[in-house]
Design a protein around this ligand. Sequence first.
Ligand code: DGP
Length: 115
Amino acid sequence: MDDCIFCKIVKGQIPCTKVYEDEYTFAFKDINPQAKQHILIIPKEHILTGLNDVNDDNSYIIGKLFYAAKIVSEMLGIDKSGVRIINNTGKDAHQSVQHFHIHVLGGEDMGEGLV
Ligand code: DGP
């Protein structure tokens, strides 16, 4: 997708603080952190916009994102203290970038709100 911010980040056309990448996934620090550690994990390919696009053929990528989340959490040393993983899909969730992503948050006590 030519006009997608996250596709441009994967291609190196927009700078980011990269944390991890593998064959399928790319992880970088969120520009507007909501916790001491806030990482976005995205599929390298723009194969999904949100949860509504997940199907039998592409659902393997969701597992890859969670596997990357585990690796990143270990790399950042937040795996033992706890992490919160969030996907925003659609208007009510205030999804702002239409390239599927999961937020990995941690590094501090995030309280009991949401969720
Ligand atoms: P969401 O609301 O779930 O669509 O979250 C999109 C996130 O993407 C939001 O927390 C801010 C982040 N973001 C948007 N543009 C950029 C950018 O250019 N660089 C980085 N690192 N993060 C971005």
